[in-house]
Design a protein around this ligand. Structure first.
Ligand SMILES: C[S@@+](CC[C@H](N)C(=O)[O-])C[C@H]1O[C@@H](n2cnc3c(N)ncnc32)[C@H](O)[C@@H]1O
Length: 251
């Protein structure tokens, strides 16, 4: 008889064997991929665009740098990186989900950006050499990863000494009135999802995954545990979203 799997992880509020999580997450993003961008604008009133600009501002990237847009999905962050790294730089968009990258490839080409290399990969096992990127961003991706510590260790491995990691993610509002109002607004997301994409369950997962994701201080500790230095976070919208910035130590 087969032993039951002991590695149990969250999928929203559900507890599932770790071996099933990537498949379940993949189904969510395959289902939402064609409406992902419009839903992002709707659910954030377009504010996600500002958060992503702030991420780029905080990345200290320069022309010629090699950057990784991890869990890059439909390519918003890569599009913002492109004019900054310039023609001598290199951008790799890595994501576990082919459908999201398909949408991203088309969007970037429509914007006239052809310098982005796409790579289907799991953040827990990145197919890149040690010390090969100046900067890694992961935007609204980390909370979907099965073993977040393993992914952070991988990011540490492939960053160059002095390289920066930036994690843009939903976080915990600091004020209880903001938290209550936000929670009420989130309860509408599955309704919007059903109306616009015909799929309520993916948006239920989205809300639950946000609520289960570690808060600012816990995530900071996780990044420090992965051997990053000068880990700082910046709350946006009272902590509904946060950006964690960390640096890999110089040798
Ligand atoms: C909410 S989307 C964010 C996309 C984009 N970064 C943005 O901010 O618009 C989350 C992305 O994470 C990807 N993802 C989930 N788990 C992953 C993993 N283990 N490794 C790499 N990408 C993953 C999903 O496929 C999806 O494209």
């Amino acid at each position: 008889m087969q032993e039951p799997e002991t590695d149990i992880v969250d999928f929203g509020y559900e507890k599932i064997p770790a071996s099933e999580k990537n498949y379940r997450v993949e189904n969510v993003f395959r289902s939402v991929s064609s409406h992902y961008d419009i839903m992002n604008d709707l659910m954030s009133f377009g504010l996600h665009r500002i958060f992503k600009r702030m991420l780029i501002e905080m990345s200290s990237i320069r022309p010629g740098d090699r950057v990784l847009d991890l869990a890059g999905g439909t390519g918003d962050i890569s599009a913002l990186f492109a004019p900054v790294v310039g023609s001598t730089g290199q951008i790799v968009l890595a994501d576990i989900n082919a459908a999201m990258m398909e949408v991203g490839r088309d969007r970037l080409l429509n914007k006239g950006i052809s310098q982005v290399e796409f790579c289907q990969a799991n953040a827990e096992q990145l197919p890149f050499a040690d010390q090969s990127f100046h900067c890694i961003t992961i935007g609204f991706g980390l909370r979907n990863v099965t073993h977040k510590e393993q992914a952070l260790n991988e990011m540490q491995r492939i960053l160059k000494p002095g390289g920066r990691l930036l994690v843009l993610e939903f976080s915990k509002p600091q004020n209880r009135f903001v938290a209550a109002g936000y929670s009420g607004f989130q309860s509408l997301w599955p309704v919007f999802g059903k109306l616009i994409t015909g799929d309520a369950s993916s948006y239920t997962y989205l809300v639950e995954s946000i609520k289960m994701h570690p808060g600012q201080a816990v995530l900071k500790q996780m990044i420090e545990d992965a051997d990053f230095e000068t880990v700082k976070y910046h709350n946006l919208l009272n902590g509904i979203v946060s950006i964690h910035r960390a640096v890999k130590a110089q040798n």
